[in-house]
Design a protein around this ligand. Sequence first.
Ligand code: FMN
Length: 183
Amino acid sequence: MMQIVGISGSLRRGSFNSALLRAAAELMPPGADLKIETIEGIPLYNADVEASEGIPARVAAVKKAIAGSNGLILATPEYNNSIPGVFKNAVDWLSRPPSDVKAVFGGKPVAVMGASPGGFGTILSQNAWLPVLRTLGTNPWFGGRMMVSRAPSVFDESGKMTDEAIRKQLQQFLNGFIEFAGV
Ligand SMILES: Cc1cc2nc3c(=O)[nH]c(=O)nc-3n(C[C@H](O)[C@H](O)[C@H](O)COP(=O)(O)O)c2cc1C
């Protein structure tokens, strides 16, 4: 069984990106499983805290999950045409200490997707992840794109994906990524 880890970059209860990730978990192809991790509980990065207390338990748990996975999916919101601070902060913690980066992120297949109420579906935020993914030595997948725009018309009040065309697109996106991650 291929184990993929998915992280949503939103803390919001009604998050479209978390809803997108839950839809992805339902649509994973046979033989692959999506384990949803969260940035909830990850503190603001502070080098003094790292020096005196080490890596927070939540951070260590997510690092372990990613290290043991066959691939990583980031569901990223877009804030001010870039990565939301809370999400970047979480990944900054996950990249500590530098001696662990290779084991956690090195060569890791990574897919980026995102959802926004606006018309551009997080394209600029997805682009903003590229230098981060390169710096961490990941193996980003460029074989598909998943930019969900007009999110309130794609998900219902409970966060369920109700747009069949987007569901199909997500399924194809996941199939492509899993094929890539499995090679
Ligand atoms: C500070 C801030 C900046 C935002 N900037 C953008 C933006 O540049 N582009 C965009 O599409 N949406 C922007 N939004 C709207 C978010 O896409 C919207 O809040 C979305 O629901 C966040 O993702 P979530 O539903 O997963 O929490 C912004 C929202 C906030 C709070």
